[in-house]
Design a protein around this ligand. Structure first.
Ligand SMILES: [Zn+2]
Length: 350
């Protein structure tokens, strides 16, 4: 059996659209709304959990062992921790990343009234002409990083007049670039790449008029980066959950930017051996370029569901992303391979 054709342009376009929507964890509604609009375009009814995740259900040929796939739209980001006496902002991180990965980056502050104030994240001792060797030697800590706003402010009071308060969300510019050679480099490919692959798989299935083997829930999570995204939001009779999230590329890893990876173990321990092997067999059978890998510093939404008590077979697949939780990059080959593996999984009888 051959897999349905994937609309590669759609996959790329929906990915770029999502990447350009700021959606730090806790402030991901705009990205969830965009996914809901994509489901509307596909004619798929959807619902939201109270926590704000989005789900849609694909009817299956059977429903005796229902399946689900999850990917997350929320991303790394920050929140205003303190308005400093000099009018600049001290931040607190949302999600796990190092400050140097966003140093010098443009950012947006989302005020309570809906106004957006632009700025950039800098070291407090940023100027080489003023601080000399300290620019290099200062540790990048919460204390030593600040947002310089693109507004005339030099006091806390002036900054508050802009409408900025403690608790405002801050998003870093993704800097999305699509190259002629098929690379996509951007922040937050983790996990908008996974979301785009799930949507492209759903579209391919619908375009081909095919039905999944089992009733399948597509779950779009909004709290993954802080560890509990997919802890809830699935039907009670769920039998299997596959998280679609980025594969960690780097020294010692098998993952790369041109394959889908089946992750068999990460910081949360091994995934379900039977389901991982099933996915390997499907990739073999359909000649999908894949790797099997282990991620040393990683947790997924499939494990979030396990930790919340979910009694299912759980696995993790996803496209290789270079420099994850930094200025990331992947290739269309990895995105296509991921989408094909999702399709193979959806259509497989067992
Ligand atoms: Zn992720």
């Amino acid at each position: 059996m051959s897999l349905p054709a994937i609309d590669e342009k759609y996959l790329q376009n929906i990915l770029v659209a999502l990447l350009n929507i700021p959606s730090p964890t806790g402030f991901a509604d705009a990205a969830i709304d965009r996914v809901a609009a994509a489901l509307d375009e596909l004619g798929l009814a959807h619902a939201r959990t109270r926590k704000g995740a989005l789900t849609t259900t694909l009817a299956g040929k059977r429903a005796d062992a229902p399946r689900a796939l999850t990917a997350h739209v929320d991303t790394l980001g920050a929140m205003v921790k303190e308005i400093k006496a000099n009018g600049r902002l001290k931040l607190t991180k949302i999600g796990g990343f190092a400050w140097n990965t966003v140093e010098g980056e443009s950012c947006q502050v989302f005020t309570r009234s809906g106004k957006i104030v632009n700025g950039s994240l800098l070291l407090t001792q940023a100027s080489g002409h003023v601080h000399g060797a300290a620019v290099n030697e200062t540790r990048r800590t919460d204390e030593n990083m600040e947002v310089r706003l693109d507004e005339r402010t030099s006091s806390a009071a002036e900054t508050r007049e802009l409408g900025i308060e403690v608790g405002d969300f801050v998003a870093f510019a993704p800097r999305v670039v699509v190259t002629e050679s098929g690379f996509i480099r951007s922040r937050h490919l983790d996990d908008k790449a996974g979301v785009a692959a799930m949507l492209a798989a759903a579209k391919a299935l619908l375009d081909a008029g095919q039905t999944p083997a089992q009733r399948t829930t597509l779950h779009f999570s909004n709290y993954e980066e802080v560890g509990h995204g997919a802890a809830a939001g699935f039907p009670a009779d769920l039998a299997e959950l596959v998280a679609v999230d980025m594969a960690a590329v780097g020294a010692g890893q098998t993952s790369d930017e041109f394959h889908v990876t089946i992750c068999v173990k990460d910081s949360g321990g091994p995934y379900h051996h039977g389901l991982s092997n099933h996915l390997r067999s499907l990739a073999d059978q359909h000649k999908i370029p894949y790797q099997v890998d282990i991620y040393p510093y990683y947790g997924s939404d499939a494990e979030a569901f396990w930790r919340a008590g979910g009694d299912v077979r759980a696995a993790l697949i996803g496209p290789g992303v270079d420099a994850s939780h930094n200025y990331e990059r992947t290739h269309m080959d990895a995105l296509m391979a991921t989408t094909r593996l999702i399709l193979a999984y959806l259509l497989a009888e067992a």
